[in-house]
Write a protein that binds this ligand. Structure first.
Ligand code: UD1
Length: 417
C-alpha cells in the first residue's frame, strides 16, 4: 500500500500543465479495437486505470506500448473475445470493452465489473441498449456471455438517465452497426465528445455528441488513427482546490476552460480570483475562503460529482456553511469521516452533507477509500499544518499522474512512501 507523507501548511506557487483525461482515455482505448491497426494516442495519462485497459488489450492479443505520454496500440491481430475476472475487477470501467468486443467479434465474454466503492454501480442500461441492438446476452454466475447472429443493428435508445458509460458503450457498438442508432437523453460530458471525435477520425459517422441526442450512422469498418486526448477537467478542479485551501496562487496550462464552466463559479463564490486566458487559468486564493453555500452534483454541464470531494476540502476551511447534495452516486461520502479527522465539521444525511467551515485543519493520519476521496484528503493535508499521512494512495493513482511530483513542483512537501 502506498502512503503520502505530507508536511502541510505551505503556500503553493508555480505552473502545472494538465495531464490528459482519464475518462477520455478509457473509452478511447476500448474503441481502438474497432480500428484493426495501429492507433497513436497522445496525451494519454500514465495511470493504473489506463494500465488496466492496456492489460486487457494485450490479453485480447493487441500490442500496446507507451512512449512518454503517447500510447501506441495495434489492434490488428486480436485473438480473443473474453476478459478474465482478474482484469475486469482491476477497474470498474472495464465494462466499456463490452460494446467494442461485440462490435469486433460478434461475441464477448466477461465477468461483471463487480461492486464499487461508490455504492452499487449497475450496468443495466449498457445491457438493455446492446440487447436493443440485437445482442443476445446471458448473465449467469457473475459472467456475461454475449453474441449476435449477425452484425449489431442500429436502434432508437432512450436512456432513463444520462449514463456516461452507457452512452459510450452504445456509441462504440453503433459505430459499425448496420443502420442508424439514435441515443436520446445521452450523457453530454466532454469525454463523450472526445470519444466521438476519435471515432469520427477513424471513419465513424457520429453527430450530436455533447448534446442530448446523439445519432450514429453505422459504417462498414473503421480505420486506425492518431488522436490527442483532452485535458483532465477533474484534475484541474482538484489542483484549484489544493490552491484554494492553501491560500495560494498557481497557474494551470493546457486547460479547456469551457469544460469547467460549472466549477469556476464555486471558486469565485469562495473568494478566489480567476484569470482565464486562452488555455491557461490562474487562481489566486484569499487568506480565508468564503463558503460556496450550495453545491449540487449533476450530469454535465452541471457540477461534476468527481469534483465534489476535492471541493469539500475547500468548504471545510471556508467561512460559513456549505451544503453538498450528491445526486449522482449513492455512496460518495467516504472521505467525510477522514476529513473529520483533520478537524473538519461535516455531517452527512443521505445524499446531503453539511460542512461547517473551521478556521484551520489539524494534521492527521487518514485512509482513502476511493479515487476522488483520496484527492480530497491530499488537499486537506496540504492545508493542515504539520505532518499527515494518507494511506490508500493506490486509489489516487487510478486518476492522478505523478501527483506527488506535481504538488512538489508547486512547493508542497509531499513524499510517497
Ligand atoms: C463515469 C465516470 C466517473 C463519473 C461518472 C458520473 C468514466 C470512466 N467514469 O462513470 O468518473 O463519476 O461518469 O459523471 O468515465 N447507472 C445505472 N445503470 C447503468 C449505468 C449507470 O443505474 O447501467 C447509474 C449509476 O449507478 C450512477 C449514474 O447512473 O448512479 C451515473 O453513472 P454513469 O454516468 O454511468 O457513470 P460511469 O460511466 O460509471
Amino acid at each position: 500500500m502506498s502512503v503520502f507523507a505530507v508536511d502541510g501548511g505551505r503556500r503553493l506557487s508555480g505552473e502545472v500543465k494538465l495531464q490528459g483525461s482519464k475518462n477520455s482515455a478509457l473509452p478511447i482505448l476500448a474503441a481502438t479495437l474497432l480500428c484493426r491497426g495501429e492507433c497513436v494516442l497522445h496525451n494519454c495519462p500514465r495511470l493504473s486505470d489506463v494500465e488496466a485497459s492496456l492489460s486487457i488489450l494485450r490479453y485480447i492479443g493487441c500490442t500496446a506500448r507507451r512512449e512518454g505520454s503517447t500510447v501506441i496500440v495495434d489492434t490488428g491481430s486480436v485473438t480473443r473475445y473474453d476478459i478474465p475476472a482478474e482484469l475486469m475487477h482491476r477497474m470498474r470501467s472495464s465494462i466499456i470493452f463490452l460494446g467494442a468486443l461485440i462490435a469486433r467479434f460478434d461475441r464477448a465474454r466477461m465477468s461483471f465489473p463487480g461492486g464499487c466503492e461508490l455504492g452499487p454501480r449497475p450496468i443495466d442500461l449498457h445491457l438493455s441498449a446492446l440487447r436493443a441492438m440485437g445482442a443476445d446476452i446471458s448473465e449467469e454466475h457473475g459472467e456475461l456471455d454475449c453474441c449476435t447472429q449477425e452484425r449489431l443493428c442500429g436502434a432508437n435508445i432512450s436512456l432513463p438517465l444520462p449514463s456516461v458509460g452507457a452512452t459510450e458503450n452504445i456509441m462504440i457498438a453503433a459505430a459499425t452497426a448496420d443502420g442508424t442508432t439514435v441515443i436520446s437523453n445521452a450523457a453530454r460530458e466532454p469525454e463523450i465528445v472526445d470519444l466521438a471525435d476519435f471515432l469520427n477520425v477513424c471513419g465513424a459517422r457520429i453527430r450530436g455528441a455533447g448534446e442530448s441526442t446523439v445519432m450514429i450512422d453505422g459504417v462498414e469498418r473503421l480505420r486506425p488513427a492518431t488522436h490527442v486526448m483532452i485535458p483532465d477537467r477533474i484534475v484541474a478542479a482538484t489542483l484549484m482546490s489544493a490552491a484554494a485551501v492553501t491560500g495560494s496562487n498557481i497557474r494551470l496550462t493546457g486547460v479547456i476552460p469551457a469544460h469547467l464552466q460549472s466549477v469556476f463559479p464555486v471558486f469565485r463564490d469562495s473568494g478566489c480570483e480567476l484569470d482565464i486566458r486562452g488555455n491557461t487559468v490562474r487562481i489566486s486564493a484569499p487568506y480565508r475562503l468564503h463558503s460556496p453555500k450550495l453545491i449540487r452534483t449533476m450530469p454535465y454541464p452541471g457540477f461534476p460529482t468527481d469534483a465534489q470531494a476535492p471541493v469539500m476540502s475547500m468548504a471545510a476551511v471556508a467561512d460559513g456553511m456549505t451544503v453538498f447534495v450528491e445526486n449522482m452516486f449513492l455512496s460518495r461520502y467516504s472521505h467525510v469521516s477522514e476529513l473529520c479527522r483533520f478537524g473538519a465539521d461535516i455531517r452527512v444525511e443521505g445524499k446531503v452533507a453539511v460542512v461547517d467551515g473551521v478556521r484551520r485543519l489539524l494534521s492527521a493520519d487518514v485512509r482513502a477509500h476511493d479515487l476522488r476521496g483520496a484527492a480530497a484528503l491530499v488537499a486537506a493535508s496540504l492545508c493542515a499544518k504539520g505532518q499527515s499521512e494518507i494511506r490508500g494512495i493506490e486509489y489516487l493513482e487510478r486518476g492522478y499522474e505523478d501527483f506527488e511530483l506535481v504538488l512538489s513542483s508547486l512547493g508542497a512537501d509531499v513524499k510517497k512512501i
